[in-house]
Design a binder for this molecule. Structure first.
Ligand SMILES: CCCCCCCC(=O)SCCNC(=O)CCNC(=O)[C@H](O)C(C)(C)COP(=O)(O)OP(=O)(O)OC[C@H]1O[C@@H](n2cnc3c(N)ncnc32)[C@H](O)[C@@H]1OP(=O)(O)O
Length: 381
């Protein structure tokens, strides 16, 4: 085991950092205020290989590792956690096609997903089923060489702006074994979208319901066999959860960096803030916790790359720990800025709002504890 990044990893991280500093960070506050989804900027990022980070290279992917992806998503999140998180979701949905699709599906969809000419959304959650994902009710009924879909997905990132929806549907009996995964193209008749949700944060990407009313989807768009859709969904989330934790680390690191700059400038009681021991200790703790979380995220990513038997558990642990630490560090940074931290122009309150939802999505942190405890109890039997 080695803890240093190699030259290639440093190059990948620095490339993403530079992109975030030049193309994302200067606009992040405005995108949040204007609820702007920066598709053009994401397509520029895709020219650097960020649209299909761990997609195989025969279809235009970068064929990098989950570990590389964690470095990239943390680096992009230094500029804006929300933009980084959307690119993560796009990568997760694209990977599901790469890993479980057949050759013709891979060739049809992945080249344009890797360039982000096409954007992908992940559709699991429904109005009546979030944490209990296997209770989903969107039904797909076979009609010749098509499925006819009826139902609704909820909280879908990129909905309405996306081109491909990777959708978990019920084709069989109740429970996880009756679920299949379909790729639904954005121009499918019978597909429509709810209003853009008004949210606490994550404003640089749209969140809408995805509605199916007799939407006809070719059987040729099914990933794998009928009935394995729940496993495809869960496998996608393993990697997605590490990415989301990495996004939290990037947001929190940026808040810590802003705090250090502020402490150098700001004076109180005749001293600079960085001369107060209480604040010195606070930033020491913030940096220590971030470093611990980063090390953990790297460990989980490496386990997923190796397909270790405990990778799912480690991904859940890293997601829970990384997103909790990220939020706490960002919140501490806000406190350290006093009233200025609460103002939009400093960018800290936006980071706090953005990171809050990382403790909820791609599996709440309570569900992460459920996954970990189930594995521990099973191992102890
Ligand atoms: C701004 C917007 C805010 C909100 C945004 C919200 C949108 C999102 O976040 S996206 C989706 C987030 N949703 C989730 O993360 C769902 C959380 N829930 C879960 O992860 C699961 O339902 C969970 C862990 C509770 C398990 O469910 P449960 O119904 O008990 O299934 P379980 O029995 O464990 O597994 C069923 C089968 O799947 C398999 N499976 C489970 N996990 C995995 C995995 N990681 N990889 C492969 N297979 C898996 C199991 O081995 C089992 O297979 P078998 O039947 O052959 O034994």
């Amino acid at each position: 085991m080695q803890f240093a990044l190699n030259e290639d990893q440093i190059a990948v991280r620095d490339m993403a950092r530079e992109f975030a500093a030049e193309k994302i960070a200067p606009h992040a506050i405005r995108w949040d205020e204007e609820k702007h989804f920066p598709v053009d900027v994401m397509r520029e990022a895709a020219k650097l290989g960020i649209g299909g980070i761990y997609i195989r290279d025969d279809v235009g992917g970068s064929a990098l590792t989950r570990f590389d992806a964690a470095l990239i998503f943390e680096a992009l999140a230094l500029g804006c956690p929300t933009v980084s998180a959307f690119i993560s979701i796009h990568n997760m949905a694209s990977w599901m096609i790469d890993a479980f699709g057949n050759d013709s599906q891979r060739k049809k969809f992945l080249p344009k997903l890797c360039t982000m000419e096409l954007l992908a959304s992940y559709c699991l959650t429904e109005p009546g089923s979030g944490s209990d994902a296997a209770a989903l009710r969107t039904r797909a009924v076979r009609d010749g060489d098509h499925y006819v879909l009826n139902g609704q997905k909820q909280f879908i990132s990129g909905a309405g702006k996306g081109d491909l929806y990777v959708v978990m549907v019920r084709t069989g009996a109740d429970g996880p074994g009756g679920i299949s995964t379909l790729v639904v193209e954005g121009d499918t008749p019978g597909l429509s979208f709810g209003a853009n949700e008004r949210k606490m944060g994550w404003n640089a990407q749209p969140t809408r319901a995805v509605i199916f009313e007799n939407a006809r989807v070719p059987v040729a768009n099914r990933l794998g066999e009928e009935g394995i859709g729940f496993k495809i969904a869960m496998a996608g989330l393993d990697g997605g959860r590490i990415n989301i934790a990495a996004c939290s680390l990037g947001g929190a690191q940026s808040a810590l960096d802003k705090s250090l700059a502020y402490m150098k400038e700001r004076k109180a009681f005749g001293k600079r803030l960085d001369e107060f021991q209480a604040l010195q200790f606070r930033i020491a703790d913030m940096a220590t916790e971030l470093e611990a979380a980063r090390t953990f995220v790297w460990r989980a990513a490496a386990a997923l790359d190796r397909k270790d038997a405990d990778a799912t558990m480690l991904c859940a642990m890293a997601k829970r720990f990384g997103t909790d630490v990220g939020f706490e560090v960002a919140n501490q940074a806000l406190q350290l800025h006093g009233g200025y931290g609460y103002l939009s122009e400093y960018g800290i309150e936006k980071i706090v709002r953005d990171l809050r939802v990382h403790q909820i999505l791609e599996g709440t942190n309570e569900i992460m504890r459920l996954i970990v405890s189930r594995k521990l109890i099973e191992s102890a039997r």
